[in-house]
Design a protein around this ligand. Structure first.
Ligand code: ASP
Length: 397
């Protein structure tokens, strides 16, 4: 049966007419499946200290059976210091475009809401904002003028993940990623089948290409090649390769963690291209015993370093979030092909990382000086400078 959303049936909302130039109000309905049953309750693991004890017992049992080196040291983890009275500092960190969203998410987690629901509500603001050309509705399209979206999420307390890649016509891929997590036995759905799944789950398809993004795409195409069939009628307009994404991570007062990343990916991309955002361990990663991390920027560079996973692993080994992220940046550069490095070995691209720990410490880091990230804790929402490896003057020309 067709699942109708409040005030808007599937048929009446599908393929909304092209938007006129002026901004229109945010869509009034929530892009949520309304008529679905609650997902089956996920199994919540026992308190951290118990699972750690289990881990150590399992490790020593395996060692005794000869499967592991006897001397294998226990994995360090922030949770090893966690007592039942443990209270984290509730905190939300995001890319700078999440400044509005971190406040929404923080208010929700401090009111007791689940951290993943809270941060998805935070990123929905950008996804549904037609003026934000980096995610969801209004995102810049691929080389053929089609908006395709990627998103992934992780829920620390239940150790679950969900993702969608290259999905069309659904403005809130973060919620579809969560639906994959909540209602299927899978982690990642892609392309037309991801779209079909979303519609089956009650999401409303709509045209995501706003008039502004369509005009930008036409300009980009016209100026691609001076000798092609499209005349470069507005040579003064700068159309470059745009990137943009929103990553958000939260930790609650009881130390429960979640992460989400959502994007329209690289503008003008080759159709079918998928970036780092929907790749668990690259675009975002979360381990409820340690912390969470995520990224925005050149996904191709991040995927090869498994950046979000690596950041969490560095924090597990005891590094603070800032040092962990800077080391991830170094690893990214070490994994970068020569054509993307200047003669000084510095990268020709931008990539940012964000992280928080189970006990509420946080950081953002990037290759070059000047970037900021958004944070909200008991001091309220604000932008904070990212740590960096290089001065802007070192960027290859
Ligand atoms: N990381 C995104 C991607 O590669 C793009 C971006 O953040 O700008 O798809």
């Amino acid at each position: 049966p067709q699942l109708a959303l409040a005030g808007c049936s599937l048929n009446s909302c599908s393929r909304a007419p092209m938007l006129a130039g002026s901004p229109r109000p945010f869509p009034s309905q929530r892009y949520l499946p309304h008529s679905l049953p609650s997902p089956p309750p996920p199994s919540v693991p026992p308190p951290v200290s118990a699972s750690r004890r289990d881990f150590l017992q399992t490790a020593s049992a395996l060692a005794a059976a000869g499967f592991l080196p006897r001397s294998l040291p226990a994995l360090p983890s922030i949770s090893s210091v966690v007592s039942p009275e443990f209270r984290a500092r509730p905190c939300v960190v995001a890319s700078a475009n999440g400044l509005r969203g971190v406040k929404v998410a923080y208010d929700r987690i401090t009111a007791g809401e689940d951290p993943l629901d809270a941060i998805i509500a935070g990123v929905n603001i950008q996804e549904l904002d037609p003026e934000d050309q980096s995610v969801g509705l209004g995102g810049l399209p691929n080389a053929e003028g089609v908006v395709t979206l990627d998103a992934s999420c992780m829920h620390g307390p239940t150790r679950r993940a969900g993702a969608v890649a290259c999905i069309e016509d659904i403005a809130t891929p973060s919620l579809v990623a969560k639906a994959v997590m909540d209602y299927t036995d899978h982690v990642l759905l892609v392309g037309p089948q991801a779209r079909r799944f979303a519609i089956e789950m009650g999401f409303t398809p709509q045209n995501l290409l706003t008039e502004k993004s369509r005009q930008d795409w036409l300009r980009w195409r016209a100026r691609l090649n001076p000798n092609d069939m499209y005349l470069d009628y507005d040579g003064n307009v700068k159309i470059k390769f745009h990137t943009g994404t929103i990553n958000m991570n939260a930790v609650t007062s009881s130390g429960d963690i979640a992460s989400v990343t959502t994007t329209s990916g690289m503008a003008w991309k080759v159709p079918g291209r998928v970036g780092d955002s929907p790749i668990i361990g690259a675009g975002q990663y979360c381990d409820n015993t340690v912390g969470a991390a995520g990224s925005t920027g050149r996904g191709e560079a991040n995927i090869k370093a498994c950046g979000a996973f690596l950041a969490v692993e560095f924090m597990r080994q005891g590094l603070g979030p800032e040092e962990a992220l800077l080391r991830v940046m170094q690893r990214v550069i070490a994994m970068t092909e020569d054509r993307l490095l200047g003669p000084n070995g510095r990268p020709r691209f931008d990539l940012q990382f964000y992280a928080l720990t189970k006990d509420g410490r946080f950081a953002g880091a990037t290759a070059y000086e000047g970037a900021s990230f958004a944070v909200c804790d008991e001091q309220g929402p604000r932008l904070v400078k990212c740590a960096y490896l290089f001065k802007e003057s070192e960027r290859p020309k």
